[in-house]
Ligand binder design. Structure first.
Ligand code: GLU
Length: 534
C-alpha cells in the first residue's frame, strides 16, 4: 500500500469512550502504523444538544491512557464553513432541495409506517412544491424560529443500487429505494452525521474508513453523497461489534463496557489493547494462524495486523481471556517499565487508590510514614485509623492520592523495590493485585495475627540467632530460613506445615499465597522479626 494512508477515529462526545470504541480506535491506529499512514482524531460534535466538552476531554484522556497516538485533530463544530461550501456545490448541481415538513408531520409518517409494518422512507412531499407554497411554508417555519431542512435528491442521482467492497464483509449491496431522501442539514441549522462525516472524510483525504458495523447502513448514503459531488469514496471496513459471552451485544450501559472499569481493576493498557486486537480476529505469524497471540509491542502488533483477517461475525468479549493476556503481559514486561506504568497510569491518576480498597493498611503506613520500622501498636493504629477516616471524609479525593510506589521506594530502595515488583509481577494477574500485595505485605507496619504464639517465638529466636543481626543481611536467604524451619520442627516436635502457616500468617495475614520464603527474603530480616513479635 502507498504511504498516503489516512484513517480517522471519529467519536461523538456524547458519553464515555467504551470498550468497543477503543477497539475501533485501535484498529485504525494499527492500520495506520502498519501502512506508515496517519491517524486523525475527529470529534463528531455536530449534535450540540448531546455533545459535551467534558466527554471530549475524557475521550482524549482515554486515548492517551492507552497510548494511542494520533497525528491530527479536528472538531466538527469548527468546520461548519466547509460543510456549507460542499452544500453549495450540491445546490448548484441541483442535488438538494428544501423540506418544510414539521417534526410532527414526520413523526406521523413514521408512526404510519410502523403500523403498516413497513420501513419508514421519506415520501418526497417537498420535492414538488411550487414557489408560492414554499414561501408560505417558509413563513410558517420562521414563526417557530426554524428554517427548512435540506435533503438529498436521490432521484436526480439515478441509481438503483449502491454497491461497495468492504474490507471485512466483502461485497455489500443496498437498494437505494429503501434509503429515501435523507436530511443533510436540519431545520435548526445543524449538519447531520451522514453529511458532516463524509464531507470531512473527503476533505481530510481519508483513504480508509474503519468503523463499527453499526454504521454500515449509513455507508450507502455517504457513498451517494460522494457520487453527487463527483468524488471517489474512501474504502470501508466495518468491524464487528463486541458481544458478551451470553451472545448479547455489549451495551454502553454494561458495567464492563466502560473503560474506567478496566483501569480500576488494574488491567495494563497494553494488555487490554492486545486482547482487543486478537478478539474476533486472527493473525498470521510466521505462516501460522494465531488468535491468542501476546505481542511484545505495538509495533509488533501492527506488523502482523491485517484488517482483512478480522472476522465479520460477532467478536465475543471475555474478561477471563483478558485476564490471561494481562497476566502474560505482566510477566513479559520489563520491571522498570512496569513500575513506571503502575505509578503513572494507576496511582497518580487515582484509578487505583489503596485507601479505597485497603483503608486499614494505608492508615498504618501513613501514620508510620518515617522510613524506619517501628513497633506500632495495633490499638494505636486503630485509633489513628479512626482519625484518618474522619479526615478522609472531609478531604477531596485528589488530596488522598497516596503514591505507594514512591513510598515503597523510600522504604526499600530502588533496587529492592525492583526485586519485589519482579517477584509480584510473576505471581499476580492484575496491577490491582500487585498494589494490594505491596501494601498489605511489604508496606504494612502493623502486625498480623498468627495461630501459634510458641511457633512465632521459635521462629523469632531461630531466625534472629542463625542469621546474625545485620538488618539487610545478605545471608538472610531462602535456604537459611528453610533450615531454621526444619531445625525448629525437629527440636520442638512441630509440624513443618504449621510452622510455614504461622510464618505466612505473620507476614501476610493470609493462609495462602506465593512462596513465603521468597516473601521473607524480600521483606528482609528486620521486618520479618518485627512481625513475629507480639
Ligand atoms: N461519530 C460516529 C460515532 O461515534 C462515528 C461514526 C464513523 O466513524 O463514521 O459512532
Amino acid at each position: 500500500m502507498n504511504n498516503n494512508i489516512r484513517v480517522r477515529f471519529a467519536p461523538s462526545p456524547t458519553g464515555h469512550l467504551h470498550i468497543g470504541g477503543l477497539r475501533t480506535a485501535l484498529f485504525n491506529y494499527l492500520f495506520a502504523k502498519k501502512n506508515n499512514g496517519k491517524l486523525i482524531l475527529r470529534i463528531d460534535d455536530t449534535d450540540i444538544a448531546r455533545s459535551k466538552k467534558e466527554y471530549e476531554d475524557l475521550i482524549i484522556s482515554d486515548i492517551k491512557w492507552f497510548d494511542i497516538k494520533y497525528d491530527e485533530f479536528y472538531r466538527q463544530s469548527e468546520r461548519k464553513d466547509i460543510y456549507e461550501k460542499y452544500l453549495k456545490i450540491l445546490e448548484e448541481q441541483g442535488y438538494i432541495y428544501e423540506c418544510f415538513c414539521t417534526e410532527e408531520e414526520l413523526l406521523r409518517s413514521k408512526e404510519l409506517s410502523i403500523n403498516l409494518k413497513k420501513p419508514y422512507i421519506y415520501n418526497g412531499r417537498c420535492l414538488h412544491l411550487s414557489g408560492v407554497e414554499k414561501e408560505n411554508l417558509r413563513k410558517k417555519l420562521a414563526d417557530s424560529g426554524l428554517v427548512p431542512s435540506i435533503r438529498l435528491n436521490m432521484m436526480k442521482l439515478g441509481c438503483e443500487h449502491v454497491e461497495f467492497e468492504d474490507m471485512v464483509h466483502g461485497k455489500v449491496v443496498f437498494n437505494v429505494k429503501l434509503l429515501g431522501d435523507f436530511v443533510l442539514k436540519t431545520s435548526d441549522g445543524r449538519f447531520t452525521y451522514n453529511f458532516a462525516s463524509i464531507i470531512d472524510d473527503i476533505n481530510l483525504g481519508i483513504t480508509h474508513i474503519i468503523r463499527g458495523e453499526d454504521h454500515i447502513s449509513n455507508t450507502p448514503r455517504q457513498i451517494l453523497l460522494c457520487k453527487a459531488l463527483g468524488i471517489e469514496h474512501p474504502i470501508f471496513a466495518h468491524i464487528s461489534l463486541l458481544y458478551g459471552k451470553d451472545g448479547k451485544l455489549m451495551s454502553k450501559r454494561d458495567f464492563n463496557a466502560n473503560l474506567e472499569y478496566y483501569k480500576k481493576e488494574g488491567y495494563l493498557p497494553q494488555a487490554v489493547l492486545n486482547y482487543l486486537a486478537i478478539t474476533g480476529n486472527t493473525f498470521l505469524v510466521n505462516d501460522e494462524r494465531f488468535s491468542d497471540e501476546i505481542f511484545a509491542s505495538f509495533d509488533e502488533m501492527a506488523h502482523y495486523f491485517d484488517i482483512k483477517r478480522t472476522k465479520s461475525s460477532g467478536a465475543i468479549f471475555s474478561e477471563e481471556k483478558l485476564k490471561f493476556v494481562n497476566e502474560k503481559w505482566l510477566q513479559q514486561m520489563n520491571t522498570d517499565d512496569l513500575i513506571y506504568t503502575i505509578k503513572e497510569k494507576f496511582i497518580l491518576t487515582d484509578y487505583i487508590n489503596i485507601s479505597d480498597i485497603n483503608s486499614i493498611n494505608i492508615s498504618s503506613s501513613i501514620n508510620n510514614g518515617d522510613t524506619k520500622d517501628s513497633d506500632t501498636d495495633l490499638e494505636n493504629n486503630k485509633a489513628d485509623l479512626k482519625i484518618k477516616n474522619d479526615k478522609t471524609n472531609i478531604r477531596n479525593r485528589s488530596a488522598e492520592i497516596f503514591d505507594v510506589i514512591d513510598y515503597a521506594q523510600k522504604e526499600y530502595g530502588k533496587e529492592r523495590l525492583r526485586c519485589i515488583i519482579d517477584f509480584l509481577k510473576n505471581e499476580y494477574k492484575t496491577v490491582k493485585e500487585i498494589i494490594l500485595e505491596l501494601d498489605n505485605v511489604f508496606l504494612y507496619k502493623g502486625k498480623y495475627d498468627y495461630f501459634d504464639k510458641e511457633i512465632a517465638e521459635l521462629l523469632f529466636e531461630n531466625l534472629k540467632e542463625t542469621t546474625g543481626n545485620k538488618p539487610e543481611a545478605s545471608d538472610f536467604n531462602e535456604i537459611l530460613i528453610k533450615n531454621a524451619i526444619q531445625k525448629i520442627s525437629k527440636e520442638n516436635k512441630k509440624n513443618i506445615k504449621d510452622i510455614y502457616e504461622n510464618l505466612r500468617m505473620a507476614l501476610t495475614g493470609k493462609i495462602n499465597g506465593p512462596s513465603i520464603l521468597k516473601i521473607a527474603v524480600l521483606l528482609g530480616k528486620e521486618r520479618v522479626l518485627s512481625k513475629l513479635t507480639i
